[in-house]
Each structure stands twice: as C-alpha cells, then as structure tokens.
Design a binder for this molecule. Structure first.
Ligand code: KIV
Length: 296
C-alpha cells in the first residue's frame, strides 16, 4: 500500500496529539529517497545548503534559484514527505509584493508544497500576503541564521525576559498571519514549551528542547557527515562521515595496488552475433538501462 502523503492538514492535525513531526533537511534525490523511505514527515531544502553543500561560513549567499534547483532534485526522490523550500536571505524582507512573487517562484520552479521564512512581527504582513496567495508558510523564530551578523554569531536567543517575550510575540504574529507551523530554533526549552502551548499550530524545534510538536535537524549533522562543528543539540545517529572516509580510502589503496577492478568487475570479449553480421545491423544494447552497460 502506498503510504499516505503528508500534507499541511495532516501536519496541523498532529498539533498537541502527535505523533510528533519528524523533519530533516535534504538537498538531492538520492538522499531524499532514503529519508522518505525511512518515514521522515517533512523534507526541507534549507538554506543550510550554503554551509553543508556549498562550504560557505553562513547561509547568506544562497539564492532563490539554488533552493529551487535542489527542490526539484529532492522532489524526484520523495513521494510521501511534505516538501518545504527555505526562502533565502533578501528574498522576502524587502516588500510583501516581492515576497509573494519569490514564494510563488519556489512553488513553480522548485516543486515545493510550502515555503519557510525567518522572522516574526517584522515579516508578519509578508506572511499574510503569501498565505493569501494560496502558498502555505512555515515560520521560523528564535535563532534565525540569516541574522547571524545582527546576533553576533549563532547564539541561543531568548535568554532574558524581554527577549523571551519578543520571541513569543513573533510566534503569535506568525500564527495570526496564517503560518501553518513554526520552527523554534536555539531557545531555552521552557520558552519553547510556553510558545508551543500558546499557539494552535505545530512547533518544530531545533535546539529548543523536548516540549515542541516536532523536531528538525540538518541531515548531514545527524548523520555525522558535516563534521566542522558539533552543536550540543545535535544527536548523531551515525558516523557516516567516518564510514565514507574509510570506504574511499580503501578504494584509493585498492586502485593504487591494482586490486580493483578484478575480473568480476570486468567485461568479457564482445560476441558478434551472426545474424547481425549478415544483415549489417549493429547488435542492440542490453536492456539494463542506467548509465553504463549492465552485463558483459
Ligand atoms: O536552513 C535550514 O536547514 C533550517 C533548519 C535548520 C530549520 O532552517
């Protein structure tokens, strides 16, 4: 039986009831197929791709076209998961009109089903306009990586009473503007729990403790593939970076020693069929498909 497609109403119905929403970032079709098969509910093409795919120190250089490009790839790999595209820095801050146009671009050219954007009170009117255009919006408050320079680095937010009140107000403004879910990033657990109780839409935490309606992680972090930093809130579910280095090092040494390829990886002599010789037709390629010959 085909598993039930995860949609905006399916996610909203889980508020307060569960099961908790499991969300991961994805950037290509090979990985999104694996995450989808594993049962991930929401796949986000995050602007974290600037750091973990492009090797930049922050997310600010990522473009709308790049998010759309990765979105098309992710969509080809996933059939069940709900697909969300991150609106990059300066694609939604300038005006409501530009925000609607750019959110529409991501749905048209990125195969997304929703967009995510950072900010609260300041962008609430833009969220309202995007939602009015029929585009579901996921909010994102607390530690908002696109404000890295304003925050003076990637720091936990909402530690004073005033700062906590502002983040709560941001979340409520997004809810009133029509956001269907809100990412809470890098805030104390008690604040995340308070926000989760205060809004009627699911909250999805990252570095926000145990009281949220769901969780999100950068997939390369939880798989142990992005090893530059190791934030406290990341649990590594595998050391796949180490596994890749070990596999590739074995390949390198086998190639250097002449142990790979062996006869079992080599094609035999070409057998020209008499009928093809007689008619002058070329022998048909095998039906293996793919990007190389399937047999000898
Ligand atoms: O860009 C991203 O990957 C994100 C998630 C970490 C929430 O915004």
């Amino acid at each position: 039986m085909t598993p039930k497609k995860i949609t905006v109403p399916v996610l909203r119905a889980r508020k307060g009831k569960g099961p908790r929403i499991a969300m991961l970032t994805a950037y290509d079709a090979t990985m999104s197929r694996l995450y989808d098969e594993a049962g991930v509910d929401v796949l986000l093409v995050g602007d974290s791709l600037g750091m973990v795919v492009q090797g930049q120190p922050h997310t600010l250089g990522v473009t709308l076209e790049e998010i759309a490009y990765h979105g098309r790839a992710v969509a080809r790999g996933a059939s069940r998961a709900h697909l969300v595209g991150d609106m990059p820095f300066m694609s939604f801050q300038v005006s409501a009109d530009e925000s609607v146009r750019n959110a529409g671009y991501l749905l048209k050219h990125g195969a997304f089903e929703a967009v995510k954007l950072e900010g609260g009170v300041d962008v609430a009117e833009h969220v309202r306009r995007i939602v009015a255009a029929g585009i579901p919006v996921m909010g994102h408050v607390g530690l908002t990586p696109q404000s890295v320079h304003a925050m003076g680095g990637f720091r936990v937010q909402g530690k004073t009473d005033d700062a906590a009140q502002r983040i709560l107000a941001d979340a409520k403004a997004l809810e009133s503007a029509g956001a269907y879910a809100i990412v809470l990033e890098g805030i104390p657990s008690d604040l995340a729990r308070k926000i989760t109780l205060a809004v009627d839409v699911p909250t999805i935490g990252i570095g926000a403790g145990v009281g949220c309606d769901g969780q999100v992680l950068v997939s390369y972090d939880m798989l142990g593939m992005f090893r530059d930093i190791r934030p406290k809130f990341v649990k590594r579910y595998g050391e796949h970076g180490d596994a890749i280095v070990a596999s590739v090092a074995r390949y390198v040494s086998e190639v250097q020693a002449g142990d790979f390829p062996g006869p079992e990886h080599s094609f035999g002599e070409v057998q020209v069929k008499p009928a093809a010789e007689a008619t002058g037709q070329a022998a048909l390629p095998s039906a293996g498909g793919g990007y190389g010959p399937a047999d000898s």
